[in-house]
Design a protein around this ligand. Structure first.
Ligand SMILES: Nc1ncnc2c1ncn2[C@@H]1O[C@H](COP(=O)(O)OP(=O)(O)OP(=O)(O)O)[C@@H](O)[C@H]1O
Length: 454
């Protein structure tokens, strides 16, 4: 399959031919056009994912004319090809919505990087938009494009309208509560309460009165009737989180409620009837607990209904960029400031194992976002909170960070990142500067300041 479709609009035949062969060599489908009219004609039959646009085009050779046409192409990323004299125009193009610009003569390696980044950002934006447009609010909150997530979304949509009991199992932080809420929101009970009970967090001797409520005088301190969580969930959904941690005596009582649909408040004589849907979740292996006598087999079969199994984030890594984007947007909305990850920070997030799954990813992003400055999260921010991010070969930097010697720590980090970028770009300074989010001039100054032999 092709990596993407690119339309190259440039009046120089030799450059068109050369760039076309570079891009085809990298697996892109490429069409070319020499002016705006032929570009429009090409687009009617070729749905380009990205456009490379020279600003000086025939017949006018007037960059302003080309800039005026930019809006026609803006549904896809446009990269401006510019000569040095056109730098201001390129900046104007960016203000008008172009994705980036690249100077002529074009460096093929740099072009490849810019195109790759533009296309992956574009794909993320499109996927996020599609998810947002999903008319089923509950499922839209479940971010992810991996096969397990797609399958989960389909199952949720099928199961939600029924009243079948659901058991959601899987590792901690993989979204079991998000899934349960989606099931509730898409059900006929969606407008009724969703009551969540963390079975392990309520002390065993309080769980009964919390769930069933109590009547005045039932025990010391019960100075008035109080409805329990079961009653509060009447008509809606009761979500029993970490059900594996429910004490055995309470399991017996819950079983009776599930069998009969009725219960008594603690100290009460009046039988109460409830109508609710039960969704349970656990990260424990319930059949194992049943075998060990820690969980009642009859209750297990009652709550099991349909079992939905979540997948660890390390087994669906393709969801990480979209989750990061989602949490970044959430953060930006809350803080009212724009924020992005630079490329090294993004790779760090992509490469980690995330044993705490989505919860750990979200918390980590939020904490580094809190210390980031200037609207960009970089490795310098990450290593302040995660000194282990600095690899073993740079242990001295970790020590500095621990000693809170910020200045030298930042300098050493800069040196390391510059060396890494130079290595990655095989000595190409323009590309290294781009990877580091610096201008070429800015990079040269730093190389000079640190007297680096790169
Ligand atoms: N697919 C997802 N899309 C968006 N947010 C998610 C997703 N999965 C998890 N989250 C977020 O991650 C955090 C943890 O999710 P959740 O509480 O649902 O996990 P859990 O599996 O129930 O964890 P635990 O077993 O520890 O109770 C929440 O902030 C939730 O919003």
């Amino acid at each position: 399959m092709a990596n993407g479709r690119i339309l190259l609009i440039d009046d120089e035949p030799a450059f068109r031919q050369l760039a076309q062969s570079w891009l085809q060599g990298s697996g892109y489908l490429v069409q070319t056009a020499a002016d705006l009219d032929s570009a429009r004609a090409a687009l009617s039959g070729f749905d380009a994912d990205l456009i490379l646009l020279d600003l000086s085009l025939p017949p006018e050779f007037d960059p302003q004319h080309t800039l005026a046409a930019l809006a026609e192409f803006n549904s896809r990323p446009v990269i401006i090809l510019t000569g040095h004299a056109e730098r201001q125009l390129a900046l104007d193009a960016i203000a008008l919505g172009a994705w980036d610009f690249i100077a002529k003569p074009v460096d093929p390696d740099l072009l490849a990087v810019v195109i790759k980044r533009a296309l992956s950002k574009h794909q993320l934006d499109t996927e996020l938009k599609q998810l947002k447009q999903h008319n089923t609010a509950g499922v839209a909150r479940l971010i992810g494009v991996s096969a397990p997530m797609e399958a989960m979304r389909t199952l949720i949509q099928r199961i939600a309208p029924t009243d079948v009991r659901v058991l959601v199992t899987g590792p901690s932080g993989t979204g079991k509560e998000v899934i349960s809420k989606a099931l509730h929101e898409l059900s006929r009970r969606g407008a009724q309460p969703f009551v969540s009970v963390h079975c392990g967090a309520i002390p065993a001797d309080l769980l009964e009165s919390e769930l069933f409520g109590y009547v005045k005088g039932a025990f010391t301190g019960a100075d008035k009737d109080r409805p329990g969580l079961l009653k509060l969930a009447d008509g809606g959904t009761l979500f029993l989180d970490e059900i594996g941690e429910m004490p055995l005596p309470m399991q017996v009582k819950l079983l009776r409620v599930l069998q009969e649909g009725t219960f008594f408040a603690v100290g009460g004589r009046e039988q109460q009837k409830i109508d609710l849907r039960l969704i349970s979740a656990t990260n424990a292996n319930l059949p194992d607990l049943v075998n060990k006598g820690l969980f009642r087999a009859d209750l297990y079969y009652r709550i099991k209904g349909i079992t939905l199994e979540t997948t660890a984030l390390s087994e669906r890594r393709q969801d990480i960029p979209l989750l990061l984007q989602f949490f970044l947007e959430q953060h930006m909305r809350l803080q009212g400031q724009s924020l992005r990850l630079d490329s090294t920070a993004l790779s760090w997030f992509l490469q980690r194992d995330w044993p705490g799954n989505v919860r750990e990813l979200k918390n980590t992003l939020e904490s580094v976002a809190a210390v980031a400055q200037g609207g960009v999260i970089s490795m310098a921010d990450i290593s302040l909170l995660h000194p282990e991010a600095v690899n073993a070969g740079h242990a001295e930097l970790a020590t500095d960070v621990n000693n809170l010697q910020l200045e030298p720590a930042v300098q050493q980090l800069e040196i390391r990142l510059i060396k890494q970028a130079m290595l990655q770009s095989k000595g190409n300074k323009s590309l290294a500067a781009r990877l580091l989010g610096l201008s070429r001039q800015g990079l040269l100054k730093k190389i000079d300041r640190y007297q680096l032999s790169v």
